[in-house]
Design a protein around this ligand. Sequence first.
Ligand code: DGY
Length: 326
Amino acid sequence: MKQKVIVYKKVPAEVLAMLEKDYEVVYFERLDESNQADFLAELKNAHALLGADLPVNEELLNAAPQLKIVSNISVGYDNLDLPAMTERGVMATNTPDVLNDTTADTIFGLLLSAGRRLPELDQYVKTGKWKGSVEEEMFGFDVHHKILGIIGMGGIGGAIAKRAHLGFDMKILYHNRSRNEEAEKKYGAVYCGLDELLAKSDYVCLMTPLTPQTERMIGEREFNLMKPTAIFINGSRGKTIDEQALIHALQQQKIAAAGLDVFEQEPVNPDNPLLGMKNVVTLPHIGSATAETRTAMSRMAAESVIAALEGKCPPRILNEGAYKGS
Ligand code: DGY
């Protein structure tokens, strides 16, 4: 009997075809209340799960006793309970690197938009408010030659540093669990403590993965350390910051503006005060969302499923202890 793969996110036809060659594929373009019961029924004898963001916890694992692999179509894997998966021999994989440039482009777009007030001025033009030459109250902040502080200097952080240094002559400070020698050598990035980075940066860009250690790492104390002209960009996860503290910091003009691709609750609550602030640029968690990159990520995630179901250790395994050999 063929092994069963549940795909729970929309993926290109070519990726489905890769899997359908040798496996039974059950396809849910998205999971919601209407298909929850069907999904749970399929889980009972599923060998692989392919998608993004589904919380894979004890409860799900108990409902999926045949599961061998959960392959995330994302670099982030905060939805996966790795210790519980390892204990049951369920492998976990993600899709690093392939999305670095695309996500860095998004973050740079946010940075430029928040700094130069692009969405606000777009509305100014489109709503007929442009009556004469633009004066000081519409001016933005320079980006070039400013100080960019990057918290979380992994692959995406490095791609942001590259754009900032080579394209915009920015000076780069960074804070990370370990030193990133490539970013230091190629982009002149200077390693420093978090407080120093917050105090000195004109743009603070948060790119760290969400872990128990990074949850709410930026809160009232950290916003108070930033310059009143600082622009805060969050490209990591909503829960890496205290969102209420960000709202207060903006309301009290402790910082100048923010650019956000992620929120504590997603999709964001329409009543969230951040949505009513002109100096906040928002995106619907689209860091890696281009057709090319999402296709490449889906393909990479499917390759991990195939490797695992063939009894191999998938190259991007996150919990090697779960691999039991072929
Ligand atoms: C990622 O790949 O982790 C992006 O944030 C999309 O979820």
